[in-house]
Each structure stands twice: as C-alpha cells, then as structure tokens.
Design a protein around this ligand. Structure first.
Ligand SMILES: [Zn+2]
Length: 317
C-alpha cells in the first residue's frame, strides 16, 4: 500500500468529524511532538538583540555555531557567548527533547514519568526539573494590593535524596518526634490578594516569626494594604511594627469568616498545593521552594505552553 503524503493525511483529518475525546488526543499528541529545530529557533528568537551577558555591551559579531546555537563575540570584552550563556539553561544538552520535557512539567509529571516520555535518563530528568522550574517560577508578582490574606503551611522536614542525614532516619517515613509545629517542620508562607496574585516564601524551619514576616512581606505589600491572618502573635507584632492595618480570624476558635475578613483563598491554595504534592511522594526541604513556585506557576495559568515555559525558564522574555 502506498503511504499517504502529509497533504492527503491533513485533508482526511479535516473532513473527519472529531469528538471532544479525539480532539483532546490530537492536542496531546501535537504537544508531545517537537521538531528538533523548533526549540533552537524559539531560543534564538527570544534572545534576539540581547547584549553581551558578560559586560552588557550591545555590539557583537557572529562567530560560528556551537551546540546548535549561534555564537557571538563581544566587541567590548572579546568574550564569546550564545543565547543561553548566563541563563539557568546554559550548557544543558539535548535541546531537541526540551519542549517535550516542558510539556511534562506542565502536566506535573514525576521525574521517572518525564524520563520515560522524553527518553532521557532519570538523573537528567531530575537535573532538568531543577533548572527549568526555578527559572519559570522567577516571574513573581511585584506587589500585592488592597486585601491580602497570609497564612503558613508546614511540611515535615525532609532530606530525601541526601546521601548523609544530619539526624537519625525516621521509621516508616513521615512522623514527627513530637506534636505541634517545631524545628522539624519547614514553613511555607503564602500571601494572596483578592485579585488572585500569589507569593510563596520558604521561611525556614519552625513557626514563622515577626522578623521573617517583615523580610518576606514588607517589600511586596502595597502601603495601604489590609492584611488578614490567623490569630498567631507573629502577624500582630509584624503589622504593629510596620504600621499595617491588620485583621485576624481566630480559626482555632472555630471562627472561619467575618464577612470579607477570612483567609479562605490562601487556605484553598494550600490545600491545592498539598494535594498536588502527593504525586511526588515527599519533596526534599531544599527543593520546597521549587515545588511551591512550580505550583504557583501552574495555578496562575500564566504559562500555558511549553514554548512560554521555555522562554520564562531561560529568563529570555
Ligand atoms: Zn562583553
């Protein structure tokens, strides 16, 4: 049998009546294929006109190709560079697989699943995750305005993946040695305004302090903001010191809301984060900020395609 040309195939496809399920399959398939040159073209296009990453001189001349990318030589400092020099993606190989890998990031796939889909090794898949994700999560809202909810969520400290532990191993995974929040817990502070802009901060171990709140929140809160939190003393002290209008809901006493005074948006974010995190079967403390940033990017739906994610991760947009 003669094989179909692409035009014939396309004509056939255009006449077929596709169900929603067919369309979804087709979209997923298209998202999973990428031409080897597509990724390079996207990177070159996004980096067009970028000055020298070493000395910021805008003048350069072309000087051959290396790993698929155009090389430039700076006329100021005479050093050479390409579109990815100085970005988190510099010197990563196998660019033909990047877009497929970024589709896996959008689908929240695990390291192993992404390795299987893209055909790279597990260690490569892991390394790529921790280069692509922080880059993409770097794009954070600059300021939270009007009514801002803030609350923390705690995760039991984890040394997953570490060769040496600085404490005795826990038996059967995740049970703390004593009750309550203490130095065994990593604190993830989340602040969200009512327009949905969200910021996440990994403040370290143990309950959040007024000083940590000041470090994280002061630079990002608009001056006339109303901050809503639970009844924890750290928030009261921080707001009093910084002169920020503050309302507290006593969640522990069973008070959930007083009209618009509640922290339900931020708590809903926490619960989406925690249920999203389950698939990874625990994350190491040192990567907690990568995961909360990843969830923030997915949750905000600002970066919806592998190409958008690529430009954000390469910090080229
Ligand atoms: Zn230079």
């Amino acid at each position: 049998m003669r094989s179909l040309t692409f035009d014939e195939l396309f004509a056939l496809l255009s006449t077929a009546s596709l169900s929603t399920a067919d369309l979804a399959r087709l979209r997923a398939w298209i998202a999973s294929i990428a031409h080897p040159a597509e990724c390079i073209a996207l990177i070159e296009q996004a980096a067009q006109g970028r000055p020298c990453p070493h000395c910021h001189c805008p003048r350069s001349h072309r000087c051959g190709q290396a790993s698929g990318l155009q090389r430039f030589r700076c006329l100021g400092c005479r050093r050479s560079y390409n579109a990815l020099t100085g970005t988190p993606l510099a010197r990563l190989r196998r660019k033909e697989c990047w877009l497929m890998y970024l589709q896996c990031v959008l689908e929240s796939r695990t390291v192993r699943q992404a390795a299987a889909v893209t055909g790279v090794h597990r260690t490569t898949s892991f390394r790529w995750r921790h280069r692509f994700v922080p880059g993409a999560a770097r794009d954070r809202p600059r300021q939270l305005t009007a009514i801002v909810e803030a609350d923390e969520t705690y995760q039991l400290e984890s040394q997953k993946g570490s060769r040496t532990l600085d404490r005795p191993p826990r038996q059967r995974g995740g049970v703390a040695r004593r009750r309550g929040i203490h130095r065994e817990h990593d604190c993830l502070l989340v602040a969200r305004d009512r327009s949905g802009q969200t910021l996440d901060f990994h403040t370290g171990r143990g309950p959040v302090t007024a000083a940590q709140l000041a470090t994280c929140l002061l630079p990002v809160l608009a001056p006339d903001v109303l901050l809503i939190s639970d009844a924890a003393a750290a928030y009261r002290r921080f707001c009093a010191d910084a002169g920020i209008t503050h309302e507290a809901v006593n969640v522990q006493a069973g008070v959930r809301a007083r009209g618009a005074i509640h922290i339900q948006n931020v708590n809903a974010w926490h619960s989406r984060f925690k249920s999203w995190l389950v698939r990874f079967r625990g994350v190491a403390s040192r990567y907690l900020a990568h995961y909360s940033g990843w969830q923030r990017v997915l949750d905000a739906r600002l970066l919806a395609t592998p190409a958008q994610l690529l430009c954000a991760a390469a910090q080229l947009d």
